[in-house]
Design a binder for this molecule. Sequence first.
Ligand code: ATP
Ligand code: MG
Length: 377
Amino acid sequence: MVKENVVNPFFIGRYAGARYFCDRVKETQTLVKHIRNGRNVALISPRRLGKSGLIYHTFEQAEIKGHYTPIYVDIYSTGNLSEFAHSLSISIVSALQSEPTWFERVSAFLKSLRVGFKLDPTSGEPAFDLSLGQIEYPEKTIRELFEYMETLEKPCVLAIDEFQQIREYPEHNTEAYIRTLVQQCSRTTFIFCGSKRHIMTDMFFSPSKPFFQSVISQPLHPIPMDTYIEFAGKLFAQRGKLLDHITAEIVYRMFDGCTWYVQVMMNELFALTPEGVICSPEFVDIAWDNVIMAQEDRYKSILHNLAPKQRQLLVAIAKDRKVDGITSADFVKKHFLTSASSVQAALKPLLKSDIVTCEEGVYRIYDYFFADYLAKR
Ligand SMILES: Nc1ncnc2c1ncn2[C@@H]1O[C@H](COP(=O)(O)OP(=O)(O)OP(=O)(O)O)[C@@H](O)[C@H]1O
Ligand SMILES: [Mg+2]
């Protein structure tokens, strides 16, 4: 999946193959089992824990790879049904491209969509030519896409990442419409993935909602500490470096084991450690400062775009790290935040833009590095 002269084995942001992927053995087996049994799954966890990685990893398993057509679509940045249709078409094309007879398949696919493809003038390669403007009737296009998936020789597994996004679409009854299409599929299996627990839970587990009782739920928890430490230690050792157990434990605990943050720190620690040297706990502060320095401009820009009351609330949450009772008199008074209602008003956009997250009534800044940057300001 990646070239072998990998310098830093702690990958961030993309799935780099089983060798660089830690654990998730049981979760992968469970997902494979559900797919093989034709069960649709809701995969729900807080952000950055490894949902997308788990999907990619599952798709790489022999039981899936050779027998299904896995399709992955991330709809986080889509804002309406046309954009959904557009993203889905691109994902279907890229899934077909990995097959040996992809050209014929893609041609057939585009024909079925009644849109064209063109030849790239410089490379002469066929290029996909479905622009957003061409999707005049998105509901019809989406139906055609679903129907097309049903016709493929190997049954499809369609993973829709950030599925809760469809609730933001301006069209009415999107959920009911997609649910109907899903129900009409007899060969395609679906993985609905999402990080906004309250929305995902409402979509799939509220009796009044279209998707009620249509999926099996698969939660995702942090990788166990010992498992991650063993994995990280091995990757250091394979490249002639040593990872002190205490260092790894400090890093894991700093982020409650949340995969992305731990991987970012490990990537930096690995870069800082010369060959033949032990990565001891003294490296942690340096790595931390380096990570924050690299993000500082982004943090400044986020702060710049916030209203003063939102900024004030953000710093207050950062200082307390985790806040239970965000509108309580204690919290308001401690941080000089005018009133409970002004906290509520400031909180709304922070939650919507994912800067603050809430799990079971406990609020925190979702980016641990940002939280620390704010707390120290
Ligand atoms: N099992 C794993 N082993 C090593 N790295 C992993 C593992 N799972 C995920 N990662 C890494 O952690 C980061 C976050 O993973 P991923 O993007 O899958 O999380 P996510 O839950 O989909 O996040 P988001 O909610 O932001 O979409 C990525 O950089 C990924 O490479
Ligand atoms: Mg993801």
